[in-house]
Design a protein around this ligand. Structure first.
Ligand code: SF4
Length: 272
């Protein structure tokens, strides 16, 4: 065995066993933190996106709010209350979702260029009769098929695709997809089907779940009822309507939690 190899092995062993001294607290306080740089970057992207997408449109209901607490929708679009700031972890989580969306959309865009397919990508949807606006993710027009991309974690994945899935695992997502379907059918004609395309952020697994056109009818009925209720003022706090599900009343998930008085969980206000 050569001297070189021996010396490399001993150096390697030393490196593996060595515990390096950590930087001092003072050094940590003086230097620029990557967290600050990255979080500032994400906030900048969020602000730019908000002003591009929502400036001048605040009075319209968001398609992505389909099926959620009606009081939340009221505060956002009718009263136009400023939502509370999301924490940095939540914004990073949203950013990861955006990156996955953009990557899949880019793949479809390249596919369309090479195959000559007609597709819709990140397209604005406005449905005046329900006062609803949103942005659909993808449609492949020659297939007459509409897609909405959803990123999720393994916990949610298990509740959808595990051995004992939830009763209505895709609930609000199907209403949102159906809402985009209303617009696509009006502009481009009858769809053959609609899909949710899930991406598990923990494992990178993907799964497509398809639906028939009945979810478009359901979305129309939902928005008709929601817009009628919202026209007659702020909905009372009542489980099933405001909030639709108990977990919504949580400062982590509701940006109007304090303004609303905590909904069905006012005791959580004290913990804020
Ligand atoms: S606190 Fe609950 S009831 Fe109030 S707006 Fe938020 S989710 Fe709706």
């Amino acid at each position: 065995m050569s001297r070189w190899k021996n010396s490399q092995e001993s150096l390697f062993g030393t490196m593996l066993n060595q515990s390096y001294p950590r930087s001092s607290r003072t050094e940590d306080m003086v230097r620029t933190r990557l967290d600050d740089i990255y979080d500032g970057y994400i906030e900048g992207l969020r602000d730019r996106n908000d002003s591009l997408r929502y400036a001048g449109n605040r009075g319209l209901f968001h398609a992505s709010s389909s099926g959620s607490c009606l009081r939340k929708i009221y505060y956002d679009s009718v009263e136009q209350v400023e939502p509370t700031e999301k924490d940095a972890d939540t914004l990073r989580l949203f950013r990861l979702g955006d990156i996955v969306h953009k990557d899949i959309q880019e793949a479809v865009s390249q596919y369309a260029q090479s195959s000559g397919s007609k597709v819709l990508i990140e397209t604005e949807v406005i449905i005046p009769e329900y006062n609803v606006r949103g942005f659909l993710d993808l449609a492949i027009l020659e297939d007459k098929w509409l897609y909405d991309i959803k990123t999720c974690n393994s916990y949610k994945w298990k509740r959808m695709f595990g051995r004992t899935p939830d009763k209505d695992p895709h609930g609000n997502y199907t209403l949102q997809l159906g809402t985009y379907g209303i617009w696509v059918e009006k502009v481009f004609g009858r769809l053959e089907g609609l899909s949710l395309y899930y991406y598990n952020k923990n494992t990178s697994q993907t799964k497509e779940v398809s639906f028939n056109r009945s979810i478009i009818t359901d979305a129309g009925l939902y928005w008709q009822e929601a817009s009628d209720r919202l026209k007659s003022g702020i909905p009372d706090v009542k489980l099933g309507i405001a909030p639709v599900q108990g977990w919504e009343c949580n400062p982590k998930y509701c940006s109007f939690f304090a303004h609303c008085g905590g909904g069905i969980k006012p005791e959580l206000l004290e913990k804020q």
